[in-house]
Design a protein around this ligand. Structure first.
Ligand SMILES: *Cc1c(COP(=O)(O)O)cnc(C)c1O
Length: 392
């Protein structure tokens, strides 16, 4: 493969080599099913339970509150459908936001087709949920509030602790999709007042296909899979042992990274240099997301009078990997629901590009974008009838 300049870490991250090494033995000599009764299997069981403790420590939870899943999507489904099915005696109303990941939005849409009612809260121009609207939306039959911790497209961070407090005062379960927050901010389920939380390994240098569902003791949910008695009867199926071991390792590495302020500052400095560089070199650029309450690794910019898709193709020729403001599912070119929710018009949303950095991002990656992007924008704009009209 030719050299890539990888700036799409909110889509997935490079697996840390230490994570890979930790996983390897579980594909070969330690391949046993943790449910076995013989000693070799009991060793595997012990390793899975140690991994559970590491995951619990990462979130300040109890190991019994950690359920290993196949990733963020499954954890989100568990939270939404699991609580919906288990609490119909209380009601069939769910509150979420307009800017959630599709794993939440489409699960809620599914429930709407099956008799549930869902309120999708709006956000301000920075992408922050309206707390007053949230309070007004809570009803007697509301069973769940689900608000994402940090947005994958624009990086905006929600007031989770405050929302958790409101949910608790109203005896409504509260779930947060913290997939983008894990590894970028310290997470503490107790401090955040959450009942459920979704985490995915591959978004913070862990393996793909494994995640965490934090489920606070006492929360009533139904299982989505029926089968064996795995994961405290919450999630049937033989454990993904290598994945779980790798995920736990990723949690340990992330904890060290999060407490190393120099490491964190380095990513933010690179992101800021990238963003500032783009604004200085290209006229008519808008920065999306909250100026401060935003993940340090994310920059989403709208470059007016261009198509983000065209821009991505230009950058791809040069080996740059980034995302556009159109639907993340390729093939469809609907502008992102997140960018529309913060009030962008369709044209501006279509001209949006997301750069997301990680601990593996280098100055060279940033330099490459600043070298390739400005001339590409000039070229694309020279073909835009709107741009020509404007500059007549
Ligand atoms: C990536 C992502 C998911 C889905 O996680 P998978 O492990 O890929 O299924 C859910 N929510 C958010 C915010 C994400 O960024």
């Amino acid at each position: 493969m030719d050299k890539v300049y990888y700036l799409d870490n909110n889509a997935t991250t490079k697996t840390d080599p230490e994570v890979v090494s930790a996983m390897m033995p579980y594909f070969s000599e330690n391949y046993f099913n943790p449910s076995g009764v013989y000693s070799a299997a009991q060793e595997a069981r012990k390793d899975v339970e140690n991994a559970r403790s590491a995951a619990a420590k990462f979130l300040n939870a109890d190991p019994k509150e950690i359920i290993f899943t196949s990733g963020g999507t499954e954890s989100d489904n568990m939270a939404i459908k699991g609580t919906a099915y288990a609490n119909t005696d209380k009601g069939k109303h769910i509150i979420t936001t307009k800017i959630e990941h599709h794993a939440i939005i489409n699960t809620c849409k599914y429930l709407e087709k099956h008799g549930w009612e869902v309120t999708y809260l709006g956000v301000d121009k920075f992408g922050i949920v309206d707390i007053e609207e949230l309070k007004r939306s809570i009803r007697k039959d509301t069973v769940l509030i689900s608000v994402m911790y940090a947005n994958n497209e624009i990086g905006t961070i929600q007031p989770i602790e405050e929302i958790g407090k409101i949910a608790r005062e109203n005896s409504v379960y509260f779930h947060t999709d913290a997939v983008q927050a894990a590894g970028k901010v310290l997470l503490d389920v107790k401090k955040l007042n959450v009942d459920m939380m979704s985490i995915s390994g591959h978004k913070f240098h862990g393996p793909k296909g494994v995640g965490i569902f934090y489920l606070k003791k006492g929360v009533r949910i139904h299982s989505l899979t029926q089968g064996g008695h795995h994961e405290f009867n919450r999630r049937a199926g033989t454990e993904n042992v290598p994945g779980i071991i790798g995920l736990a390792k990723a949690c340990e590495i992330a904890s060290a990274h999060l407490t190393d302020s120099a490491d964190m500052a380095r990513i933010k400095a690179m992101r800021d240099r990238l963003e500032k560089g783009i604004i200085e070199r290209i006229p008519e650029v808008i920065v999306n997301g909250h100026p401060e309450k935003r993940m340090d690794n994310t920059s989403n910019v709208s470059i007016k009078y261009i198509e983000g898709e065209g821009m991505l193709i230009h950058m791809d020729f040069e080996g740059i990997c980034a995302s556009s403001g159109s639907a993340c599912t390729s093939g469809s070119l609907d502008p992102s629901h997140v960018l529309l929710a913060i009030g962008l018009d369709h044209g501006t949303a279509h001209g949006s590009i997301r750069f997301s950095l990680s601990k593996y991002t280098t100055d060279e990656d940033v330099n490459k974008v600043l070298e390739v992007l400005p001339p590409a924008v000039v070229k694309l704009r020279s073909m835009s009838p709107f741009w020509k009209e404007k500059n007549k």
